[in-house]
Design a protein around this ligand. Sequence first.
Ligand code: SF4
Length: 654
Amino acid sequence: MKVILAQHLGFCYGVKRAIKLARDSASPTVRTCTLGPIIHNPQMVEKLESEGVGMVQNLTEMTAGTIIIRSHGVGPQVYQEAEHSGLQVVDATCPHVKKAQLSAHALAEEGYAVVIVGEKQHPEVKSIFEWSGHMATVIESTEEASAIQPCGKLGIVVQTTFSGEKFKEIVAALIDKSSDIKIARTICTATDQRQAAAMDLAGSVDLMLVIGGKNSANTTRLAQLCSEKCLTHHIETAEELQDCWFNEVEKVGITAGASTPDWIIKEVYKKVQDMESLLQEESMREIKEHEIIKGTIVLVTRDEAFIDIGYKAEVAIPRAELAYPVPESATDVVSTGDEIQVYVVSMGGEKGVVLSKVKADKFAAWNDITAIVDRKETVQAEVTQVVKGGLVAMVLGVRGFIPASQLELHFIKDLSVYVGQTLEVLPIELDIKKQRLVLSRRTLLEAARDKKQAELFESLSVNQILRGTVKRLVDYGAFIDIGGMDGLAHISDLSWERVKHPSDVLTVGDEVEVLVKNFDPTTKRISLSLKDTLRDPWLEKADHYKEGTCVKGTIVKLADFGAFMELEPKFDGLIHLGELSEKRISKAEEVVHVGDEVTVKILQIDKKAKRVALSLLKAEEDAEKAEYNQYMAGQEEKTATLGDALGDVFQKLQ
Ligand code: SF4
């Protein structure tokens, strides 16, 4: 609340002079009194009395001493009576009033019909009337002016504190009353100045306080003028001020009548200011401990920032309470003019008001995190340290905990590698009362993995060939990552050749081609094969042989049902017992032995069953047949030769 004093207020020149004269006249040995109250202010009268200047209403009350004529003045007979009574007279009549008195006297002496414009009961007007020789007519309205009878010479005198505007109107009403009008303009400019200043101020404030005696005409007039502009209270002292007047008032103006002492104005001014403080304290009481309020930074030093929170004084916030970690300088965190939120740690105690931006930020962060949790959103967490069972990570300035089990999809032995990293995490547990915030990265990884897996299964098809990376080797096979998910290649599917252990053919990290043998989105199992990406080498070999042809080979194994013969390494065929000999035999060894090199006929190549049926018997028969054919062919040649030889003979015989 702003308190503004009017530019012109309080004692005028005439009143100041009268008070000074009265005080100067005070004597411990001589009775000194004013004739009537020296000014229209009971407090001032009382004060003067305490200083040795009493008051009498009538000269008859004094037989000796000093009588002080007040600023309003008195008639000439009072001076005569005082002199007659042997009283010393101190004339404190205001020079302006004196001028009006003498003007009225002179006009009357010159034969003018004197009209005094002013309040009939005002002491000043009464004194002027007396100086006119009791011949004047007192008027204070245009109606009264109109009622004045025309006369030869009209002299007009006006009360010093009369309204200038109103005086003009009255003069206008008198102007036709005489052809010889003389006007003594005795209005005091102090009154006009005070009224103008009061009006000006009243037009710019919410409330005006007009200080002065309730019996003071000029103060009452001031109050009336001000009330035309804004809410106005006319008071005599500060004790009359009421708290309720100042509710929702931002600007208060103060003016005072000409008879209002400075000390009363000061008392009122101070009490209004105190009231402002009281109001502030009342509003301060609305600031409760443990709540978050807004304030404006008004000053920042290295060690602290001063904030205006609407309290009676700015409050200092040490830099340790401005930010966490503690900044090197408060200027690193806030600047003058910043509007920030602070937490009210304490409103009293040894340290007075204690505020914390760190705590306000933390509470704000908790609220933000609560909203984030409600929206099921992720946050960025900066990992600061490793603790038992997990990591500490800061989220929006709040300390959160990431359990080791919530960090990755797999077990992590050394958590320290995460310190200093910023991880995207999901708040999974929040308890503001316990200040507990649990975060999970694994949840996000699982969700991402599930999404990727769903997309992968969507794109998979049996016999599809993909590229993959060997992730892990186990006794029964190899786990191969085919783009977000591991499939298993059984040991039997690693190679066409027999594999004792997957490490015989693969190393973790190898990039390989795999064929999707099978998959199940429900159980999330994918069966892979490396060997099916290559042609079966048995078939490759089989392509080199034809059914019906005879080939050589070595007996490598005997069985109850026949003998196995190796056509070439890792390409065997079976000679069934019935294909070993024409004779009925019960064991193969009756015909062949391991290591024997024999020629057999390929009866059948079953590529599906990967079996080759051989026949020793058929090969022998073919050989015999070939031999016979060869023999027969030789015989034909001999026959032809005999014919050729006997040809000429036959021709001669013909
Ligand atoms: S208001 Fe003017 S006329 Fe009246 S006492 Fe003061 S100075 Fe004198």
